[in-house]
Design a protein around this ligand. Structure first.
Ligand code: FUB
Length: 448
């Protein structure tokens, strides 16, 4: 009897556990586009969509996040970088995205449904920094139903846009400013991409153009990742096979990107492991990708090694104070400056000269969780400050007098409680001279 109970218990455990390792667990994110920019080849960037906790529909998707790493184990979540509120032309569905570096600027290429037509459009937004936040520039002209965009820049610097949804896929060369396509170059790729459904991604390997995409095998969900190869960026493409077949824990959708980082090829995609199988709340995944000598891709079976050799990833949320307003927070009576050296990002927030001047940032997490909170600040005089996490004022940070600092200091505020979804952290201060706030650092307990 005892033996049977043990067998039963072990089988229940096995049945409920996943053999695959999520890349990031503190936030529901999907549709990852990986990039290594020529400006710094030591950093890997990931541009993703974001699923709202508790939702059962992709129509609720509202904003985008950026993540970065230098070693595949330690990650930074740079917070919200663009939302529906920033795109005056759009009404809903902040779905899959990509990013591109061009002429010294970073562009987010994304899709949302247009207010005027109810049609998916391919939006474009710009930033001076890879981590954003991004400023919307409208949508790319010449693209209709531009869901799931991806941009590929060839060695000759010509840029190409690929997009696709509902069983279709198209591509065209972009004009140099990325704001419109060259209509005469547009190609319909549907018949070259076996069982394609959506989400194209193009990369180059040994002189060939690889177009990978989520497909519906035999027209049936869930999606599986296929790829095709061409001699030219716009095809014609020849179907080559499946590179991520169905795996336990995957969502109804899959969507991926393929990128080379420090001489290793990585396939990013998504699953529903963190949400325990809820298909509309997805988590990021990554696996190493290997080519065979003939250029075909070795099938990937996601496992618990991921791209960290089995080590759990650690992810810290770094929210620059000066980005607060653009990234879902706010400012009241403060200003952004950059004259005092040693700041991170584009500057810092200062001008806390009237009681309750403040800066707030948005922290988004998948479920209720504890997190460590740190702030980086500098104050040339004693000051007063209070910090609110949601509706809770932090003990000790309730307007009590604080001592001036010796330049920039990272102050550990201990553990705070975050709730599922959106959390606003607000720093209010008052100082005689030069109180400056550089960033907020939030480390969710599950990521330590
Ligand atoms: O994330 C929303 C949609 O689900 C994407 O745009 C599709 O590719 C699928 O992953």
């Amino acid at each position: 009897m005892k033996k049977i109970s043990i067998i039963l218990f072990v089988s229940i455990l096995c049945f409920n556990s996943y053999a695959q390792r999520p890349l990031i667990s503190h936030i529901y994110a999907a549709d990852p586009s990986g990039h290594v920019w020529p400006t710094d080849t030591t950093t890997l960037w990931l541009y993703t969509s974001h699923d709202v906790p508790g939702t059962n529909h992709h129509a609720t998707m509202f904003d985008y996040h950026v993540f970065s790493t230098k070693d595949r184990v330690n990650w930074i979540d740079h917070g919200r970088v663009l939302s529906l509120d920033d795109a005056s032309w759009a009404v809903s569905h902040a779905w899959a995205i990509d990013a591109v570096y061009r002429h010294g600027k970073y562009y987010l290429i994304y899709c949302m449904i247009e207010k005027a037509t109810g049609m998916f459009r391919t939006g474009i937004a710009v930033s001076d920094l890879p981590q954003g936040p991004f400023t919307d520039l409208g949508f790319i002209k010449g693209v209709e139903w531009g869901q799931d965009p991806c941009v590929f820049v060839d060695d000759d610097n010509r840029a190409y846009l690929y997009w696709g949804a509902g069983g279709g896929c198209s591509a065209a060369e972009l004009n140099d400013d990325l704001l419109s396509i060259k209509p005469e170059t547009k190609r319909d790729l549907k018949n070259e991409l076996f069982e394609v459904f959506e989400g194209p991604w193009t990369h180059k390997y040994k002189g060939k153009y690889y177009l990978s995409y989520p497909a519906l095998p035999g027209g049936q969900w869930p999606e599986q990742m296929y790829y095709a190869v061409a001699d030219k960026p716009l095809g014609p493409f020849t179907y080559k096979g499946k590179y991520i077949p169905f795996f336990k824990g995957q969502a109804g959708t899959n969507h991926g990107s393929i990128v080379r980082f420090k001489n290793q090829w990585i396939a990013f995609h998504h699953a529903s492991i963190v949400s325990d199988g809820k298909s509309e709340v997805r988590n990021l995944m990554a696996d190493f990708l290997y080519y065979n000598p003939d250029g075909t891709i070795n099938t990937i079976i996601p496992d618990n090694k991921s791209i960290t050799n089995g080590e759990p990833t650690k992810c810290t949320i770094l929210l620059e104070a000066e980005s607060g307003k653009a990234a879902g927070g706010n400012t009241g009576g403060t200003s952004v400056e950059s004259s005092f050296p040693g700041f991170s990002g584009k500057g810092y927030v200062t001008g806390f000269d009237i009681p309750h001047d403040y800066v707030s940032v948005l922290v988004q997490v998948s479920k209720d969780m504890k997190a460590n909170l740190k702030i980086r600040l500098s104050s040339e005089s004693d000051y007063k400050a209070d910090i609110l996490v949601g509706a809770t004022m932090l003990a000790g940070w309730d307007g009590s007098p604080m001592k001036k600092t010796n330049g920039w200091e990272l102050v550990d505020l201990g553990d705070v409680q975050l709730k599922e979804g959106d959390n606003i952290i607000r720093f209010s201060g008052k100082a005689k001279i030069n109180l400056k706030l550089d960033y907020f650092l939030v480390t969710p307990e599950i990521n330590k």
